[in-house]
Design a protein. Sequence first.
Length: 305
Amino acid sequence: MATKNSPAKFKEYLQEGFLVLLWRQWRTLGITAYSPETKQLIDLEALILATSIAAEQDQRLWTAVIRWLACFQDWVNQARLKRMSAAFIKPDEYLKKPLIKKEIWQEVELLLSTTLSSKKTTTNTSRAKRTLTPPLLKKPPLLQLYLRGIFGVNARAELILFLLVNGEGNSNQIARETFYDQKNIYVILERWAESGFVTKESRGKQNQYSLDSGDVFLQSNISSSSFWSWPPFFQLYSRLLIAASSPPWSNDPYLLSSLFRDVYPQAMSISKKNRLLFPDPKLFPGDNYFPPMSQKLLDLLKSSL
């Protein structure tokens, strides 16, 4: 029988929490589910990637997501999704294999491609009408889609969202964290600065941009939701989920502890906003690191629901 701090129990709680997180976000987007809706701001492209990782673990969710994409794929920024997917479809630096299986990602690419057969689209759309409702863009967690409805499915939506959440940023930082081309972000920011929509302040070699206080018309949505930088979050928990489910890590607390040490800096970076502290790996030699770190990783996952 697996103990509370065993690799088997860690896998069980990790998988359960990860799937609950996905279901809550997709329910907010219109997929029928028993889970409550999320209160976190949703990043659609990151959510598609995370669900692709869990496709084989919850076929019902995956089928519903494929139907959602068949109906509402116009909301997806395919160029951004392609940039973001690079870290998930190439061999991971720690696991030495992709986080998303090739055949799963090919299904997404086929569905979103312009060469998709009309017959398959019609079939998915017809089924979707029985299980989906269109996204209600005024819901605070769907601020990304609401902004896309205003500015179009392009960099402007994520740029506004970044400034609303973070207050300010430079073109390099914003491009890196939103998965857009830096030159494109810079051009948009400069035009907005000329029009007075954003404020530009020179700081050394970088210009910092922020929304003018009179133009922050969506702060109520931000204040009633929490924001997570979902791409690194999903990358971290995808690594953990795959390792906890695959030999040689799955039954070996020493190897899992080694992985925990590798991802410790990433976990600390992600957890800064909710001030969750992780145990220092230097204080726990060998597999002694597994019990405290596994619990903190589960705590962080729970706080994201």
